[in-house]
Design a protein around this ligand. Structure first.
Ligand SMILES: Nc1ncnc2c1ncn2[C@@H]1O[C@H](COP(=O)(O)OP(=O)(O)OP(=O)(O)O)[C@@H](O)[C@H]1O
Length: 254
């Protein structure tokens, strides 16, 4: 359902600082699967997400989502089909707006709206149900500004905002990396629940090998803009994967 063909991307092209990230990169991801992408710092993971999400354009190549070529669509148009949660709990969410306002904005993603229409509380029951599902008590804080929420609460809210329009693809960019271990586990479990509930095709970037294996069907290891390992998660255990990682990169991120 997601198909990337012959992707090429360089930064600072034709300068002394040219960085070649992807050179004829190809990837296919099946519908309703969960893929984890691991790989060392700077190997191109976030760049891949930025290209899929339309934050940056590829130099060459095509991206098909459900057979539709989205390569030339603007970021706002792709947002109708693609949800994203970032590593930084303040990205993808407006700190100075309330929970209700953020949810209302997410609910109108990809649509034209007026401010009056946006703030209409017509969908409040839906928001309350979604928040109740998180079991974090956020449904009682609809009028609280997001800047007063903890990192974990923000990531949970970001998850709801990224999935409430049932995207064809969910991109999780190290979305628990800034959280303490307990909160990280909590958010991973909430993520799993949401993905399963809505059957969302997901790609997750993680430096946490354990989580990558536990929460995905497929593991892809990237290096130098190339896939150097591609296996069903069930076919590899944590120890083996860490050993491969060390062998390939001579560094460990467990
Ligand atoms: N807009 C940009 N302009 C110039 N160089 C960039 C830009 N975005 C990314 N890069 C470079 O491209 C390379 C890949 O970056 P990217 O963020 O995709 O790596 P990553 O695998 O996500 O790393 P990490 O695990 O640290 O998040 C890095 O060398 C980075 O400095």
């Amino acid at each position: 359902m997601l198909k990337i063909t012959n992707l090429c991307k360089s930064f600072n092209s034709n300068t002394d600082n040219q960085i070649n990230i992807f050179n004829n990169f190809n990837l296919e991801v099946e519908t309703n699967t969960s893929t984890a992408i691991i790989g060392p710092n700077g190997c191109g993971k976030t760049t891949l997400f930025n290209i899929i999400g339309g934050n940056i354009l590829a130099d060459q190549g095509n991206i098909f989502l459900k057979e539709k070529n989205i390569s030339k669509l603007k970021e706002e148009e792709r947002a109708k089909y693609i949800g994203r949660v970032y590593q930084n709990p303040s990205m993808g969410i407006s700190s100075s707006l309330t929970i209700l306002e953020n949810l209302s904005l997410a609910n109108k993603k990809g649509e034209k709206f007026t401010l009056k229409k946006l703030l209409k509380k017509e969908n409040i029951d839906k928001y309350i149900e979604l928040l109740k599902d998180l079991s974090l008590g956020l449904e009682k804080k609809l009028d609280t500004k997001v800047k007063f929420l903890s990192g974990g609460q923000r990531q949970a809210l970001s998850l709801i905002m990224a999935t409430m329009k049932y995207p064809d693809l969910l991109l999780l960019d190290e979305h628990t990396a800034a959280l303490d271990p307990k909160t990280s586990n909590l958010i991973m479990e909430k993520t799993k629940k949401l993905i399963e509930k809505y059957s969302i095709t997901t790609i997750m970037i993680s430096h946490n090998i354990k989580d990558a294996l536990k929460y995905s069907d497929r593991i892809i290891m990237l290096n130098g803009g190339q896939i150097v390992l591609d296996k069903p998660s069930a076919d590899i255990d944590e120890k083996e994967l860490i050993q491969i990682y060390i062998r390939k990169f001579e560094q460990i991120v467990a």
